[in-house]
Design a protein around this ligand. Structure first.
Ligand SMILES: C[S@@+](CC[C@H](N)C(=O)[O-])C[C@H]1O[C@@H](n2cnc3c(N)ncnc32)[C@H](O)[C@@H]1O
Length: 322
């Protein structure tokens, strides 16, 4: 059995566990909230944050928190990256087993997404001593209170273009009582709603999400749209395109409009402030007419695809790889 004292080099414990806990706190999520989102018991998150639990729970938590590692091999998922790293270092399973004190079977299981967090940490300390959390790209308002940063509301003049081109909004899944966005149904966190777990509904959803959890919301929008819960989704988000998921999955399904100029969002006091970053619309299920009307009304352009990329779009829908 692995001994806790020799198992963890404190540095590794910190990288994988303390930073994950910090990422959860920064997202403003309690252990219970994260547990609910992953569909696991709150105890599982408590244990995870002590370095105990399964790699599959860890991977789900990493995905939900947009927590990625750098310093591993290439690959979309952590197990693939572990395998790629071992192969890059020309290590056989036997060699790695000898160096880590783990069994060959345990390492093979970790490379399949199985095994325990303790084994994973031990493996990483030998296989990738320079592994670090990949810094999330900054596309938010700046320093300061997170709740304040995320409480920026879409101004009515910007919404006019959305209503005129896309029609009335059925759902705002991240609404706020202070927001001027007009929607038939509004999911409001302070009233017990949760746009990340409540089912979406209606024809058109408009999503101006908390930018500090941008990818989490885009994934949710994509998932609900793919599940047929809403016909069309229009997301107003920072131009943040660095993730593999954006390139490999979202961009294949979305039509993207790059906005010229900056939107002046309203804060909780009604004061207007322009974003310190560029914005885009990420739309899912928008019709050619809606897109044309929007381009006539609002300055910017729809990203076009090359014939080659378009060909890829015509292939069967990609599997969801969250
Ligand atoms: C950038 S504001 C946008 C509000 C509104 N959609 C608009 O466009 O004016 C994002 C809002 O999402 C809310 N929010 C954060 N997490 C949420 C969740 N899990 N479910 C629903 N709303 C959430 C925050 O309270 C914040 O008011």
């Amino acid at each position: 059995m692995l001994d806790g004292r020799t198992l963890y080099d404190p540095k590794w414990y910190q990288i994988m566990i303390d930073e994950l806990r910090e990422a959860r706190r920064l997202a403003g999520w309690s252990q219970r909230t994260l547990a609910d989102r992953l569909g696991v018991d709150a105890q599982a998150i408590k244990r995870l944050e002590k370095g105990i639990g399964s790699v599959s729970t860890l991977i789900s938590a990493m995905t939900a928190l947009d927590f990625q590692l750098t310093g591993l091999g290439s690959g979309r998922s952590l197990p693939q990256q572990l395998r790629a790293r071992r192969q890059k270092r020309s290590m056989s399973l036997d060699t790695l087993a000898r160096k880590t004190g783990l069994s060959r079977t345990t390492i093979a299981s970790l490379e399949q997404g199985g095994g325990s967090v303790a084994s994973l940490l031990r493996l990483l300390s030998v296989l990738a001593p320079r592994v670090r959390r990949r810094a999330p790209e900054r596309a938010y308002w700046g320093q300061g209170d997170k709740e304040d940063r995320d409480s920026r509301f879409t101004p009515p003049e910007f919404m006019e273009g959305i209503y005129a081109a896309f029609g009335p909004i059925d759902l705002d899944p991240c609404a706020n009582t202070l927001s001027p966005v007009i929607a038939r149904r509004r999911i409001i966190l302070s009233e017990g709603g949760d746009g990340l777990t409540d089912d979406w509904s209606g024809r058109l959803a408009f999503v101006n999400p908390p930018f500090s959890a941008l990818l989490v919301w885009l994934r949710r929008a994509h998932e609900q749209w793919r599940a047929g819960m809403v016909e069309t989704v229009v997301c107003l988000v920072p131009v943040r395109t660095d993730s593999a998921w954006f390139h490999d999955t979202l961009s294949a399904d979305a039509a993207i409009y790059l906005l010229k100029g900056r939107v002046r969002f309203l804060d909780t006091t009604g004061r207007a402030q322009a974003t310190p970053f560029s914005l885009m619309l990420v739309t899912l299920g928008a019709t050619a007419e809606q897109k044309e009307r929007y381009a006539q009304l609002v300055q910017g352009f729809w990203l076009s695809r090359t014939a080659e990329t378009q060909g890829e779009q015509d292939q069967p829908m990609p599997r969801l790889t969250y």
